[in-house]
Write a protein that binds this ligand. Structure first.
Ligand code: CA
Length: 220
């Protein structure tokens, strides 16, 4: 899952980026609304973490513009302003949730998972596909009653494919989901992750659609 963090405070930004990376999210960080607009046009994000007090255009104005043009990605507001009016305004202008600074990184990660779950229309915290059960909170997995372990990127790749069973995702699209800015992508990285996943889940779990990409067939 790839997050865009908009935060002008260096210490908070660094802490959130580091903490959410440890939780297995891909995090790109920008410091103002203009850079956020560029990033949102360039990359497919799953969620926006938005500080309200930004230099130049405010987070609230950015949010209103995004919603005005029909952008529907989940938005979680991070704000030092703990006045009730600001929270109400943020939610009414289209935010999905908020946290008041200072906040706990574990709580932030849990709220992000809850929003992503809701976006996927999933009430259950685990992702279930046939004999496979994935837990995004712990990155644990059980397949046919056996516990499996996946690397962070293997887990992310599997999660991306399982969001839309039957849909084919190109290698480029998967790379975008797995790697943030400044992270080096080996040219065959996706193939290598798929190879490892097939060793754990069986050769047929992930199908190659020649010349197009990869998919997990719908569960029977
Ligand atoms: Ca700020």
């Amino acid at each position: 899952m790839r997050l865009l963090l908009v935060e002008d405070d260096a210490m908070i930004g660094e802490a959130v980026r580091k903490g959410m990376r440890q939780e297995g999210f891909v995090v790109d960080w920008v410091r103002d609304a203009g850079a956020a607009e560029h990033a949102l046009r360039a990359e497919p994000y799953d969620l926006l973490l938005l500080d309200l007090g930004l230099p130049g255009k405010s987070g609230l104005d950015l949010l209103e513009e995004l919603r005005g043009r029909g952008e529907n990605l989940p938005v979680l507001i991070l704000t030092a302003r703990d006045a009730v009016a600001d929270r109400v305004q943020g939610l009414d202008r289209g935010a999905d949730d908020y946290l008041v600074k200072p906040f706990d990184l574990d709580e932030l990660a849990a709220r992000i998972r809850a929003l992503l779950r809701r976006r996927e229309g999933r009430a259950r915290p685990q992702i279930v596909h046939g004999a496979l059960v994935l837990d995004p909170a712990t990155h644990g997995a059980v397949f046919d009653g056996r516990e499996l372990t996946f690397s962070g990127r293997e887990f992310a790749l599997l999660q991306a494919l399982l969001e839309q069973p039957g849909a084919v995702l190109s290698r480029a699209r998967l790379e975008e989901r797995l790697y943030g800015w400044g992270e080096e992508v080996e040219s065959n990285a996706v193939e290598v992750h798929v190879h490892h996943l097939r060793k754990k889940l069986g050769a047929d779990f992930i199908r190659t659609v020649r010349g197009v990409g990869y998919m997990v067939p719908k569960a029977p």
